[in-house]
Unconditional design. Structure first.
Length: 162
């Protein structure tokens, strides 16, 4: 088997003239999973003033996230997909941007309350814990997994909110 790149796939698929996405290279004798995202609205093109339309497929090729996490090239930068499985949901990922030093953690910390509660800043975590316990006991069922995740992100230079 020879190496394959998205540039070669563009030629191979003939009728699919536009492939958007990152440069993806597959080494010889290796296997890779991809997601092909078909963009319907961009793919239907009006043919002049005839009232007719052509199908000119626009497909984004994306790597499938590995359960172990991975680095994803975005322009000249790289985002890190950090596995956070079972920290809210199975198959959960968080994203680390080493340029901005921000960890996009989603809803790792959740509390339940009223809209009035949400409008007030939290000044004491200890007083707020009772609003968090129910959610976290139900959805974050393993302290071992949480500790494993903490070890992974500990090495990241995360920007603290001032």
């Amino acid at each position: 088997m020879t190496a394959l790149s998205i540039r070669q796939v563009r030629k191979t698929f003939g009728k699919v003239e536009i492939l958007k996405g990152i440069d993806i290279d597959i080494a010889a004798n290796k296997v890779a999973d991809f997601v092909l995202d078909f963009h319907v609205c961009e793919s239907i093109v009006k043919r002049g003033n005839s009232g007719q339309y052509n199908l000119k497929p626009v497909i984004t090729v994306l790597p499938r996230l590995s359960d172990a996490g991975m680095r994803i090239a975005v322009g000249r930068s790289t985002l890190w997909a950090v596995p956070a499985h079972f920290l809210h949901a199975e198959g959960n990922f968080q994203f680390w941007d080493p340029v901005s030093r921000i960890l996009f953690s989603g809803d790792l910390g959740v509390s339940l309350g009223t809209s009035a509660d949400a409008a007030r800043p939290i000044t004491s975590l200890a007083a707020h814990v009772q609003r968090m316990e129910g959610f976290h006991r139900r959805y974050m069922v393993s302290g071992k997994i949480l500790k494993y995740w903490a070890q992974m992100v500990k090495a990241a230079d995360i920007k603290a909110d001032q």
